[in-house]
Design a protein around this ligand. Structure first.
Ligand SMILES: [Zn+2]
Length: 412
């Protein structure tokens, strides 16, 4: 039912039966377009009941190819213990511990379908792990370009999955430049290379859009009043908004939409800055620095789409400092039993701010996206634990007396 690809800038159509990157005319992001009228005649939301609990349950609105799957998607929608109308969509339960599994499952599925061999990705961390895992599953080569200071888990995972890893002294934007330079080389097309960068191929958005389908299905086909989403590259925002449009065309939901909220780190907030200034695209953020590695994206490629969605949905953009994020990771752990990625915990910071300034009312149903598992950030989070423990120690604490521990197998 995949009809064609459509440029999000100029509207030009391109065939979907071959690998495509961005619009050759204006470098716009390409979206996969389906024959939704035909799908509406043959498939209804009621037919989802009893289907496989992965994102591939929505295969009626995904490309028709044999999925490369590790069981991604259909993650829990947990009711918050703290706020009665808040849900936490826990993407940390995906394969490789983050929401990146969805996009890369779809992208690698299509890459294998088209006979591509070597997949290159610039990544802030978790996308690299996901590509490495799905490429291993598909029997394809993964070539990873990531900052040398990514969380240790990302480096270790990629190595174990057998990916070729290049550590770059810089940010994801520097990694992206390395991949762009390689594309100019003669071997690129000849050897079956392909660039699976965020929004530079059409199918990662397709994988991520299943989060939108899940939000609707898991809330009984009601739309929440708000969705708060940690925004680095913003693929999930693009994908969910696309999913809502498709679901309306399919008659699964009406015209109502949640307010879409982008959360960024105060140390790298190009979308927040552009939103506050009423701009339609972002400027490159200088000296980006934050412990939330996934938010260290100085300029998202799909910035014009992100800002358009914030506007159309009457949403907003909010930033959170690293200190606020760390406190929120700890708070969610204690309060909800959810050990979140820093990016995900940033949603809690944003929600508190948006309740305080009455952007959301306490009775509004709001979905917060925890995009990853805190276990992937142990090195980052452990540094803060050490600081906390050290600062808690009384300065004059005497050493415990060794003789008082029982003396049965004493060290003396
Ligand atoms: Zn175009």
């Amino acid at each position: 039912m995949l009809a064609h690809l459509e440029c999000t800038r100029c509207g030009e159509h391109y065939p979907a039966d071959r690998p495509q990157s961005v619009c050759p005319k204006d470098a716009g992001v390409l979206y996969a377009r389906y024959d939704l009228k035909a799908i509406k005649r043959t498939f209804s939301s009621a037919r989802l009941l009893g289907r496989t609990p992965t994102m591939w349950r929505y295969d009626a609105v995904l490309p028709d190819a044999n999925p490369v799957s590790l069981g991604e998607g259909f993650t829990p929608m947990l009711s918050s213990r703290e706020y009665p109308n808040v849900y936490i969509k826990d993407e940390g339960l995906n394969p490789t511990g983050s929401f990146k599994a969805r996009g890369l499952s779809a992208a690698v599925t299509m890459a294998r379908h088209f006979g591509l061999k070597k997949l290159a990705i610039p990544s802030a961390g978790n996308a690299a792990s996901a590509l490495a895992a799905y490429a291993a599953t598909a029997g394809l080569e993964a070539h990873i370009f990531m900052p040398k200071d990514v969380p240790a888990a990302n480096r270790v995972e990629c190595d174990y999955y057998g990916a070729r890893v290049t550590l770059v002294d810089g940010l994801i934007s520097d990694c992206a430049k390395k991949v762009a330079d390689m594309k100019m080389e003669g071997f690129w097309d000849k050897d079956g290379w392909f660039d699976v960068s965020t929004t530079k191929e059409p199918y990662r958005v397709e994988g991520k859009k299943t989060m939108g389908y899940e939000v609707a299905e898991q809330l009984g086909w009601r739309m929440p009043q708000g969705i708060i989403y940690p925004t680095g590259g913003g693929v999930g925002l693009l994908g969910m908004w696309k999913a809502f449009e498709e679901m309306e065309a399919l008659g699964w939901i009406g015209s109502e939409r949640p307010k879409m909220v982008a959360v960024q780190s105060a140390g790298c907030a190009p979308v927040v800055k552009a939103w506050d200034e009423g701009k339609q695209s972002c400027e490159m953020w200088a000296n980006a620095a934050t412990l939330a590695a996934g938010l260290r994206v100085p300029k998202p490629y799909g910035d014009y789409l992100i800002l358009d969605i914030l506007k159309k949905s009457k949403g907003t953009a909010v930033s959170a400092t690293d200190q606020e994020i760390l406190e929120a990771v700890r708070h969610w752990s204690k309060m909800e039993g959810i050990f979140a990625a820093p990016e995900g915990a940033a949603c809690l910071v944003a929600y508190r701010k948006l309740i305080a300034n009455r952007f959301f009312k306490p009775e509004d149903t709001v979905v917060l996206f925890n995009t990853g598992n805190g276990l992937k950030y142990l090195d980052v989070l452990d540094a803060s634990v050490e600081r906390t423990l050290l600062s808690a120690k009384p300065p004059t604490a005497a050493k415990p007396a060794a003789r008082q521990i029982g003396g049965i197998i004493g060290p003396y």
